[in-house]
Design a protein around this ligand. Structure first.
Ligand SMILES: [Zn+2]
Length: 682
């Protein structure tokens, strides 16, 4: 159930040139102070380590809480915003709405989660019916019935089954099948012999043995069951694509139908499975990893029934553990929190339950959230900023020396077509058919998962609903969707340190402006560039332009591959390329938009002692201020497409001339990159 909001295609989340040609001097704008010396480290030379210079004080003043593996200005906003979401939920709960109303559902979901006495008393009772279903399997034909029953509750034991836009016909919704089944979050953790992977395997072993014991198995039996699932999951890991392979939109586009599934993975009983998930005729299906699916089908027949039953039991307990009684929650935290990320303590219960409530009733909470916490002026100012960024991006496309007129024309068309969503959806999701009671937390979560799955399946074979959002308004993040060619900025990101409603332009262009530019650039990064203006996988580049683009992006790959994140561990320049292109593009485009905003007038006077250009760079850098644990550095370097905060600042900035000009840096600076070695892409 951890993977509830599984969206493989959308992705490309979050956020991630010379000086303006103007005459000097302009009247000071009246603004609130944003930067103070106390948040910086003025003992550090900006050209030595700009990230430390800009954020050193902030990092000292905001030490890592025990419950965090990373704590940055981004996360701090998340914490502050959580207080607002809490107010929304408490207000809804206080209304004591009639059964079936939104306020009743929000109030009861939260109350059931907070009733820790009831959760402790229930133990494994809420998942017992599922465990019984599994243990009652007596022949192979019954196996698929249970797999599909679990699928309807979003456990995705062996693969995810979901709806998504067809990547070559992006107006239509088709089914997708995506690899799944691993308890550890990367195939390499099962397969490689690095010290870290060996340790993680040991910790995972302990975790699963604890879970098997907690559901009533003797210690010896629990240990044997863990051996069984380790061997089984290792086979799944071997069959799984790597993260790099999964970033390849062509390799993961394999459209077929039910007859094709039968051919591709003949040992799996597809018709029974599809009937079991209540989608007997799904129509077209995209199989992201055909090899994986073929192997799953073979395992369906070749593995013993006992192995399958042990594995399905593992999936159910593992995915439910964080919602069950404290012994399950603690075991879950020991692995996913401590061993993987280095956290020292769990978040307080109210924060965890709040997250679950906000996830299960996302747009219901969101609707109340925006009414109380999203000023309409923020949307208006944001709309202007986005259009200014679009204009600036177009100007930069025109100026590109390496791109042909033909590809430029197509780039312009794609840029003009980008759809923009700001704040919250125009129409809200209907939760009428979801039943929530104050009785059982886990039962509510399973009901919500089943409701979401049915909703997802109801879209198959229909036109894509272009009004739908794939992030809730209360989420501090943003995304670009290549299949929709759209950028989306939820209400919650339109707050400091991203967006200063009363702030000066330089800071806002450096912060939210770069975020906008970042998301736009995703349409033109190493992956997004394969999608055309309609969101279809359809190459619009000339061969020569592709070659020149790849030469330029290789410079960025090499720069990041050379960054040692911890002694002996290097950043992955290939895997993080799309995000790094987006950060660099975002900086260049937003700076151009800022220069445009001056309309030839002089830059404003210094504020807080910094010039406008300096404030642009500081505004950008502050977004990425963070403290982070070593284990989290290692985990993110393996699992996350985004670069670490320090490298999102010190990585792209030295490729941008205005950075040197703003802080009077020359070739003697440690961060200096000679002009002919810089990555200049968008
Ligand atoms: Zn991104």
């Amino acid at each position: 159930m951890r993977t509830k909001h599984f969206l493989p295609v959308i992705v490309a989340t979050a956020i991630g040139v010379g000086a303006c040609q103007t005459a000097p001097k302009q009247t000071r704008q009246v603004v609130k102070p944003v930067f103070s010396a106390a948040d910086m480290d003025l003992t550090m030379q900006p050209g030595e380590n700009f990230y430390q210079y800009a954020n050193g004080g902030w990092m000292t003043q905001n030490p890592l809480p025990d419950a965090k593996s990373r704590y940055g200005s981004f996360d701090k906003l998340g914490e502050e915003n959580r207080e607002n979401v809490k107010k929304v939920i408490e207000k809804a709960a206080a209304e004591k709405g009639a059964p079936g109303t939104i306020s009743q559902k929000i109030g009861d979901f939260f109350a059931a989660g907070m009733d820790s006495a009831a959760v402790e008393k229930a133990g494994i009772t809420p998942i017992q019916p599922l465990l019984d279903e599994i243990s009652n399997i007596s022949k192979r034909e019954e196996l698929v019935t249970v797999i599909s029953s679990l699928q309807r509750k979003q456990f995705a034991p062996v693969f995810h089954f979901f709806s998504s836009a067809d990547q070559k016909n992006s107006d239509m919704t088709i089914a997708g099948i995506y690899q799944s089944g691993l308890g550890m979050p990367d195939r390499d953790y099962y397969l490689d012999d690095s010290e870290r992977s060996v340790k993680l395997r040991e910790a995972y072993h302990t975790y699963m043995t604890t879970l098997f014991s907690l559901i009533g198995n003797a210690e010896d039996d629990a240990a044997k069951m863990t051996e069984t699932i380790m061997a089984f999951e290792t086979k799944l890991a071997e069959a799984s694509n790597t993260r790099m392979e999964n970033r390849d939109p062509h390799k993961t586009y394999n459209k077929t139908d039910v007859a094709g599934l039968v051919k591709m993975a003949p040992e799996f009983p597809w018709n029974q499975y599809l009937a079991g998930i209540h989608v007997p005729a799904p129509g077209d299906v995209n199989v992201y990893q055909p090899h994986f699916l073929g192997e799953i089908a073979k395992l369906y027949q070749s593995e013993s029934l006992e192995t399958w039953k042990t594995f399905l039991t593992a999936v159910v307990v593992r995915e439910s553990a964080s919602y069950l009684s404290s012994s399950f929650v603690d075991a879950n935290f020991d692995f996913y929190g401590k061993a993987l990320s280095g956290k020292k303590a769990q978040e307080p219960r109210w924060k965890r339950v709040l997250g679950a409530t906000s996830g299960a009733l996302g747009e219901a909470v969101g609707q109340l959230y925006v009414a109380d916490f999203f000023p309409p002026q923020a949307k208006v100012r944001m709309e202007t900023l986005v259009e200014n960024l679009r204009i600036a991006f177009g100007q930069r496309v025109d100026q590109l020396e390496w791109m042909s007129a033909e590809t430029k024309q197509a780039a312009h068309e794609k840029l003009t077509t980008i759809n923009v969503k700001i704040g919250y959806p125009n129409k809200w999701r209907d939760y009428s058919d979801l039943t929530i009671t104050a009785e059982s937390y886990v039962t509510n979560i399973m009901a919500s998962n089943e409701f979401d799955f049915a909703f997802d399946m109801s879209k198959l074979g229909k036109a894509v609903d272009k009004e739908e959002w794939h992030m809730t308004p209360q989420t501090v993040n943003a995304y670009y969707s290549p299949v929709a060619n759209e950028i989306v900025f939820p209400a919650a990101i339109l707050q400091p340190p991203f967006f200063y409603l009363d702030g000066d332009d330089a800071v806002n262009y450096g912060a939210i402006g770069v975020v906008i530019g970042h998301e736009m650039t995703h349409g033109f990064d190493d992956k997004g560039r394969y999608y055309d203006k309609e969101g279809n996988l359809n190459d619009w580049w000339t061969a020569e332009d592709t070659k020149l683009f790849e030469e330029r992006t290789q410079v960025l790959v090499d720069q990041f591959n050379a960054i040692e994140v911890l002694p002996g561990t290097f950043a992955n320049g290939e895997y993080s390329l799309g995000e790094n292109i987006a950060d660099l593009g975002g900086l260049c485009i937003s700076y151009q938009a800022y220069c445009n905003s001056l309309k030839g007038k002089a830059q404003p006077e210094k504020i807080d002692g910094f010039t406008a250009d300096q404030r642009f760079v500081l505004g950008y850098s502050r977004v990425w201020a963070q403290n982070i644990r070593e284990k989290e550095i290692l985990r993110l370097t393996k699992e996350d497409v985004h670069s670490l905060g320090v490298n999102r600042v010190n990585g792209p900035l030295p490729n941008v001339q205005m950075f040197y000009d703003a802080f009077n840096l020359d070739a003697s600076s440690a961060l200096y990159i000679a002009p002919d070695k810089r990555a200049i892409i968008w």
